[in-house]
Design a protein around this ligand. Structure first.
Ligand code: PLP
Length: 407
């Protein structure tokens, strides 16, 4: 038997969503006649937009003839998609990104999990608490997180609670890597330019790298909120950004994403000399990745056609109508809420001091609503709960008519 990597020896089971699924299954078996209203998932529910489906069909046809067939593509993506990403996500906001600073991939989950490979085993990692679990787990599997007893001994947690407006405080010790996510999963909070500048300044002063997850950027509608960290001067020297087609264009099952690794961003070698992180990540991809499928990249590019933009924006607006209803209902009940504007997640304090699993059970058993207990996202998530705007309008409306019964 081969000895396994020590990181996998100590990683705890993926508890949150399996426990949610187990409790829902038990409830369904005991109450087969009861309706279940699912507002717990982070997955989209609307089908791909017609412009995207049309591009998918066309790309499939391309593969059927020798003249337009595509085999292995460029490891880091086709220019037709890279150019559309740059134009719509960066140039549109006054940010200059070059073609070879964008790397197309098959999902932000893998990108967020893979990026840590570039950094030393001793790199000190900071995450917000609560947090999207992938950042922590990928570092734990790589052996960088230390030991686990509810929290990881080597991870620096940045508590985000109602008291600080769910904005992470700067760390009180040096950290090398900082994972930030805005709009945030799970808290729904969105960093403004001042907040982001605070982090860019910290990273530049401390030689840290910010790993900025912008998977939910399409949900920002307030004009003054940053759509990309590169709106902050100096971010190209300290930040890597992740973008995804999952939540703006419904690609959760289709899989396409990108990351931006600016050429100005440097790492340090053992001998103190500098090395381009862009070159290193390209090198990594060329050894470990053979590119996102041509068909999928064509479909992703169609999300930026005039029709594609119109249709995908309408989908996002549909989800945001759900978010608004959730937010209005909860605030109407006197709940302390975060998110719901500029974000598809609403995060709130459980009523009556219930812990988040107690509240989960009561919502499920009394009114058939499934949400996500905050404790599953980290210690500071205890006492909070997450509802998502990705359900159908009908289920969201039914759930909001019922939720006030559990107080
Ligand atoms: N980042 C965050 C914060 C997410 O919540 C998710 C998915 O829910 C992802 C990344 C994953 O996105 P993708 O579908 O592109 O892998």
């Amino acid at each position: 038997m081969a000895l396994i990597h020590s990181g996998f020896e100590i990683i705890p089971g993926a508890y949150l969503f399996s426990e949610v699924a187990a409790r829902v299954k038990r409830f369904q078996q005991a109450n087969p006649e009861r309706e279940i209203l699912r507002l717990g998932i982070g997955d989209v529910t609307r089908p791909l937009a017609p412009a995207i489906i049309q591009a998918l069909h066309q790309a499939v046809d391309d593969m059927a003839s020798a003249e337009s067939f595509h085999g292995y593509g460029p490891d880091c993506g086709y220019d037709f998609l890279i150019d559309s990403i740059i134009e719509n996500n960066y140039t549109a906001y006054g940010v200059r990104i070059q073609q070879d600073e964008i790397l197309i991939s098959d999902g932000s989950k893998s990108d967020c999990a893979n990026i840590q490979e570039l950094f030393s085993e001793d790199a000190v990692v900071a995450v917000t608490d609560p947090v999207y679990p992938v950042y922590v787990d990928s570092n734990a599997m790589a052996g960088r997180a230390g030991s686990f007893d509810g929290v990881w001994s080597n991870i620096v947690y940045l508590p985000c609670r109602a008291e600080n407006g769910f904005m992470p405080p700067l760390p009180d010790r040096h950290v090398d890597l900082i994972y930030l996510c805005s709009p945030n999963n799970p808290t729904g909070s969105v960093m403004d330019k001042g907040e982001l500048k605070k982090w860019v300044d910290y990273a530049l002063e401390n030689d840290s790298v910010i790993l900025f997850d912008a998977a939910y950027r399409a949900y920002i509608s307030s004009a003054d909120l940053p759509r990309t960290i590169y709106e902050i001067p100096g971010a190209d020297r300290c930040a890597i950004e992740f973008g995804s087609f999952s939540k703006n264009a419904g690609f959760t099952g289709t899989r396409c994403s990108w990351l931006v690794v600016p050429k100005a961003l440097m790492g340090r070698k053992q001998d103190g000399s500098q090395v381009s992180l862009n070159e290193l990540y390209r090198r990594r991809q060329s050894s470990k990745f053979n590119g996102t499928a041509y068909i999928i990249q064509r479909a992703a590019a169609a999300a930026y056609s005039p029709e594609g933009l119109k249709q995908t924006r309408a989908q996002v607006a549909g989800y945001m109508a759900n978010a608004q209803l959730i937010l209005e209902t909860l605030e109407g009940m006197g709940m302390v809420c975060s998110g719901g504007t500029d974000s598809p997640y609403v995060w709130y304090k459980t009523p009556g001091g219930m812990d988040s699993w107690q509240y989960f059970d009561r919502l499920l058993n009394e009114v058939g609503i499934v949400g996500t207990p905050g404790a599953g996202f980290g210690p500071c998530g205890e006492g909070y709960f997450r509802l998502t705007a990705f359900g159908s309008p009908e289920d969201t409306k039914k759930a909001m008519d019922l939720i006030g019964k559990v107080l």
